[in-house]
Design a protein around this ligand. Structure first.
Ligand code: 5GP
Ligand code: ZN
Length: 139
C-alpha cells in the first residue's frame, strides 16, 4: 500500500510536510513544491500506484473527480485565464516521482511556462496559497 522510499507516500501518511488543499480516505491534493505558476497543485491517491497503467480504474475516476473540483477552486483563487492538466507516465514522459499524480497548473494570458523543477516556493508562501484555494473549495 505504501512505499517507504516514496515522498508522496510519506506526504500521504503525514510523515513529510505538505501544503494540503483537500484529503479524504482515498485521495489528497496539495501544492507542488516547485510550482510552474502560483497555485500549481498535485492530486494523488493515498495508496502507492506508479502510473496510469497500474492504477485501478475506479480510483483513477476518483482522482479525476478530485482534479475537477481542485481545478475549479484553483481557477477561482488564482483568477487564472486557463488551467493546464498534466499527468506524466514513465521517465520518457518526464515522470520523476513514480507515484501517480495529476498536475493542475493555473495559466495566465501571455505567460509562458518554465521548466519543471526550475522554481522553489517556501512553505509560508505555499501555505498562504493553499489557504486561498481551500477557501474556494468550500464555497
Ligand atoms: P513529475 O515530473 O513526476 O510529473 O512531477 C513531480 C512533481 O513533484 C514536480 O513538479 C515536483 O516539483 C514535485 N515534487 C517533488 N518533490 C516534492 C515534495 O517533496 N513535495 C511536493 N509538494 N512536491 C514535490
Ligand atoms: Zn508512493
Amino acid at each position: 500500500m505504501y512505499d517507504n522510499s516514496c515522498i508522496f507516500c510519506k506526504i500521504a501518511q503525514k510523515k513529510a510536510p505538505a501544503s494540503t488543499i483537500y484529503e479524504d480516505d482515498d485521495v489528497m491534493a496539495f501544492l507542488d513544491i516547485n510550482p510552474l505558476t502560483r497555485g500549481h497543485t498535485l492530486i494523488i491517491p493515498k495508496k502507492h500506484y506508479k502510473d496510469i497503467f497500474d492504477t485501478p480504474p475506479e480510483l483513477l475516476a476518483k482522482i479525476h473527480k478530485t482534479t475537477q473540483q481542485t481545478a475549479t477552486a484553483v481557477q477561482k483563487a488564482t483568477n487564472a485565464d486557463g488551467i493546464s492538466i498534466f499527468q506524466q507516465n514513465g521517465a520518457a514522459a518526464g515522470q520523476e516521482i513514480f507515484h501517480i499524480h495529476v498536475h493542475v497548473v493555473p495559466r495566465h494570458e501571455g505567460q509562458k511556462l518554465g521548466r519543471f523543477g526550475n522554481t522553489h516556493a517556501n512553505r509560508q508562501e505555499l501555505d498562504q496559497t493553499a489557504a486561498e484555494i481551500k477557501r474556494q473549495l468550500t464555497q
